[in-house]
Design a protein around this ligand. Structure first.
Ligand SMILES: [Zn+2]
Ligand SMILES: [Zn+2]
Length: 662
C-alpha cells in the first residue's frame, strides 16, 4: 500500500480518481509547521535559527498521517509545485522522523511534482520522483524569517509611535506607499486646458459623403490650442478655409494574441472583466486547479508544455480550420527574470470550452475557466489582420490646416475568433474618397478639455505596478492586497484604492525612519535575492543577517529618538454633544471607522460611523440605506433602522422607478 500526501481534500479526491484502490491519499490541510504565533520564533543570536512548531489544530492530521506512513511501502509527497509546497513536504517528512523514527525509511519517502492534476501528469510524476529540494525550503524559510522580523520587531514600534494595534509588513508597506504617493500626486495635480477641434466635411460633388476629421497641425506645426482665445481664432480660420483630400494611406496592421495567463495577468483580467479582487480570483483558481481543470495557478511563466500545444493546435484546426493555425507554435518568452519553480503558464488541461462545477465557487469557477480557456486557445492562433486607412484633409485660408482621421476594418479575424472584441467603436470603415477631391465644410466642432490627474490604482493596476517594479510574486499579490485593506491602511471605494489617514501615518513614519528598507528597488532586490537562494546561489542566513543587523541597530535609535506621529482626522463639522467643546471627527480603529470627539482622550464621546448613500431603505422606506461591513470586512448595504428593519443586500439598490405619491 502506497501513501500520497497533498494539501487539500479536493486535490486528494481528484488524485484518487486516477489511482488504484491500494493507494491512500491524505490531505495535510495546509502547513503542518510554522513559526509560533505568540513569540518571535527566530533566534537572532544563533544565526536567525527559526523555531518551527506544529500548527495548532493539525495534531489529529499528523497522527493519522504517521499511522498510514508506518504501514506504507512508498510515501509520495505530492504537495504543490512551489516553495510553499516544498516546505509542507519537508515538514511532513520531518514529522515522520520525529514521530516514527526508524519505522519509516528515508529511502521510501519521495517528492513528486506535477503542474496539473490529470491522470497523465500524476502517473508521470510517480514514475520520476525526486528528493526534497533543500534550496527551495531555504528560500521559503528566508521569506518567512524576513517577514517575521519586520512584522514582529517593527510593529511594537508603530504601537509606541503611531497607535496601538498596528502592524508593519515588508511588501505590504510598499503597496501602501504606491497608493499614498498616487493620492498625493492627485492632490498636487493642476489640470491644463487644451482644445480638441474637429471639422465635419462632406464631398463637394457626387454622393456628398460626410467625414469627421481632427485638426492635428497648423502651418506644419503641432496644433497646440490651450485657451479660448486661440481656439476662437482657429475656429474662425477653419470656417473660412477651402478643403480637399490631401492623402489616403492604407496599410495592413497585424495584431498578435496576448500570451497565456500568469498569476499576475489572470488576476488583472478577472479584475477588469468581473471586478473580482485578487483574493477571490485566486480562491476560484485554486478550486479549478484542485479539480484538475487548469494548471497550477501560482506561476510567472508563460511557457506551455509541448503536449498541450499539440492538443490545442489540433483543436484549432478541427474547430476553426487550418488557416487559423500558425505554421510554428507560438512561443512566449517569460518576461519575469525571476520566473519561479512553477514552469508553466495557467492554461486549461482539457480542450473542453465549457465546464460544469458544482458547489461553492461553482458559477465563478465556470466564468474564470472561460477566461483561461479563451486566452489559452487564442495564444496559439494566427494573428488578426486589419486594413488600416488614414485620410488626411487640408484646409487652406492663409494658414494651412492639416486634419486627419483613421479607421480600420478586419481582413482576417485570427485569434479574435475566440476572444471577441469589447466595445463597438474599434472598427470604422472610412468612405471611398479620392486624393485631391474637393470637400465642403459642414461645421467646426471645438471641444474644451482638461488634462486628467493620474488615475487611482485599482485591483488590476496595482498588481501590474508591483510586477513591473519586480516586487510582486505569484504567491504574494493576493495576500498583499487583502492585508492592507484588512489593516485599514487603504480602502476600496467604487473599485479604486484610497489611502486612509492611518495608512498615511504608518507609511510616512516607516519611510522617514527606515528609508532603505521600504525603497522600491531595495524590495525588488530582496525578492531577487530570495529567488537566488532558491537556485542555490545564495545562503539564506547571510541574506538575513546583512538585512537585519543594520535595521536592528536603527530600530533602537528610532525607538529612542523618533517623535510620535499624529494621525490626520477628518472633521465632520459638528460640535461634540457630550463636552460641547470639541469637534466630531472620523477616526479609524481596529474595527474600521468610528466617530469620536477631537478632544480625545480628555473627552471619551464616541458614535458609530454611518456611511449613507443618499437613498431611503426600499423595505421600510423610513431608514436610510447605509454601507455596513461583515466581520470579514466585506461591504454590504443595510438599513439605518437595523435591528428594527432587517433589510440588507450585497448589491447597491436601484432607485425605485415608480414615483411615490406621498
Ligand atoms: Zn467631546
Ligand atoms: Zn429599512
Amino acid at each position: 500500500m502506497d501513501l500520497i500526501i497533498v494539501e487539500s481534500p479536493t486535490k486528494a479526491k481528484t488524485i484518487s480518481k486516477f489511482l488504484s484502490d491500494d493507494v491512500n491519499v491524505i490531505a495535510t490541510m495546509g502547513h503542518l509547521k510554522d513559526l509560533p504565533k505568540s513569540k518571535l520564533g527566530v533566534d537572532i543570536e544563533k544565526n536567525f535559527k527559526p523555531d518551527y512548531v506544529v500548527v495548532k489544530g493539525r495534531e489529529g492530521n499528523i497522527e493519522e498521517m504517521v499511522k498510514l506512513a508506518k504501514k506504507a511501502d512508498k510515501i509520495f509527497l505530492a504537495t504543490d509545485p512551489d516553495r510553499e509546497g516544498e516546505a509542507i513536504a519537508y515538514h511532513a517528512n520531518e514529522l515522520f522522523q520525529e514521530n516514527a523514527k526508524g519505522k519509516i525509511s528515508q529511502d521510501n519517502v519521495k517528492r513528486i511534482v506535477f503542474h496539473e492534476i490529470t491522470n497523465e501528469a500524476v502517473k508521470k510524476a510517480i514514475e520520476s520522483p525526486r528528493s526534497i529540494n533543500k534550496k527551495l525550503i531555504d528560500a521559503q524559510i528566508a521569506r518567512r524569517v524576513l517577514d517575521r522580523l519586520v512584522g514582529y520587531e517593527l510593529s511594537p514600534l508603530l504601537w509606541k509611535k503611531v497607535r496601538r494595534g498596528l502592524s508593519a509588513g515588508r511588501v505590504q508597506t510598499i503597496a501602501v506607499r504606491l497608493i499614498v504617493e498616487r493620492e498625493r500626486e492627485i492632490e498636487k495635480f493642476k489640470p491644463d486646458e487644451y482644445w480638441e477641434i474637429f471639422c465635419e466635411v462632406a464631398q463637394a460633388k457626387g454622393e456628398k459623403i460626410k467625414l469627421t476629421v481632427r485638426l492635428v497641425r497648423i502651418d506644419d506645426k503641432k496644433a497646440d490650442v490651450s485657451n479660448k482665445k486661440d481656439a476662437d481664432e482657429v475656429v474662425a480660420g477653419l470656417n473660412k478655409a477651402k478643403y480637399k483630400v490631401l492623402a489616403i494611406n492604407k496599410r495592413e496592421v497585424k495584431k498578435n494574441p496576448n500570451p497565456p495567463f500568469t498569476t499576475s495577468t489572470m488576476t488583472q483580467a478577472a479584475a477588469s472583466f468581473y471586478h473580482w479582487s485578487a483574493k477571490k480570483t485566486m480562491s476560484v483558481a485554486q478550486r479549478l486547479y484542485e479539480e484538475g481543470l487548469i494548471t497550477y495557478h501560482r506561476t510567472d511563466s508563460t511557457n506551455i508544455a509541448d503536449s498541450a500545444i499539440k492538443k490545442v493546435r489540433s483543436y484549432i484546426e478541427k474547430e476553426y480550420g487550418k488557416k487559423y493555425i500558425p505554421e510554428e507554435p507560438k512561443l512566449y518568452k517569460t518576461k519575469s527574470k525571476s520566473a519561479q519553480e512553477a514552469h508553466e503558464a495557467i492554461r486549461a488541461t482539457k480542450m473542453k470550452a465549457i465546464i460544469k462545477v458544482s458547489g461553492r465557487y461553482g458559477k465563478d469557477a465556470e466564468k474564470l475557466y472561460g477566461l483561461i480557456w479563451n486566452r489559452f486557445v487564442a495564444c496559439q492562433m494566427k494573428e488578426a489582420i486589419y486594413d488600416e486607412t488614414t485620410i488626411e484633409v487640408e484646409g487652406v485660408d492663409g494658414k494651412k490646416y492639416l486634419l486627419r482621421t483613421s479607421g480600420r476594418i478586419t481582413k482576417f479575424d485570427g485569434w479574435r475568433k475566440v476572444i471577441k472584441k469589447t466595445g463597438n467603436n474599434e472598427e470604422q470603415e472610412l468612405p471611398p474618397l479620392t486624393v485631391d477631391e474637393q470637400l465642403k465644410l459642414i461645421k467646426v466642432i471645438p471641444n474644451q478639455k482638461f488634462t486628467e490627474p493620474p488615475p487611482r490604482y485599482n485591483e488590476a493596476s496595482i498588481i501590474r505596478t508591483l510586477e513591473k517594479l519586480g516586487i510582486g510574486r505569484p504567491s504574494t499579490y493576493a495576500p498583499t492586497i487583502s492585508t492592507i485593506q484588512m489593516r485599514n491602511y487603504v480602502e476600496k471605494k467604487e473599485r479604486k484604492f484610497y489611502s486612509t489617514p492611518v495608512g498615511v501615518a504608518v507609511n510616512d513614519f516607516l519611510l522617514a525612519n527606515f528609508p532603505d528598507v521600504f525603497e522600491y528597488s531595495f524590495t525588488a532586490k530582496m525578492e531577487n535575492d530570495l529567488d537566488e537562494i532558491a537556485k542555490g546561489q545564495k545562503e539564506w542566513e547571510k541574506l538575513i543577517s546583512e538585512f537585519w543587523i543594520p535595521v536592528g541597530k536603527k530600530l533602537k535609535k528610532v525607538e529612542k529618538n523618533a517623535k510620535r506621529v499624529k494621525i490626520e482626522v477628518e472633521k465632520l463639522g459638528k460640535k461634540c454633544p457630550t463636552c460641547k467643546e470639541g469637534e466630531l471627527v472620523i477616526r479609524i480603529g481596529r474595527f474600521g471607522k468610528f466617530i469620536s470627539c477631537s478632544r480625545f482622550p480628555d473627552c471619551k464621546h464616541t458614535e458609530k460611523y454611518i456611511e449613507k448613500i443618499g437613498m431611503k431603505c426600499p423595505d421600510c422606506k423610513k431608514g436610510d440605506v447605509i454601507i455596513r461591513q461583515t466581520k470579514k470586512k466585506r461591504k454590504f448595504f443595510g438599513c439605518s433602522q437595523y435591528p428594527d428593519c432587517e433589510w440588507a443586500s450585497w448589491r447597491k439598490p436601484t432607485p425605485e422607478k415608480s414615483t411615490s405619491s406621498s
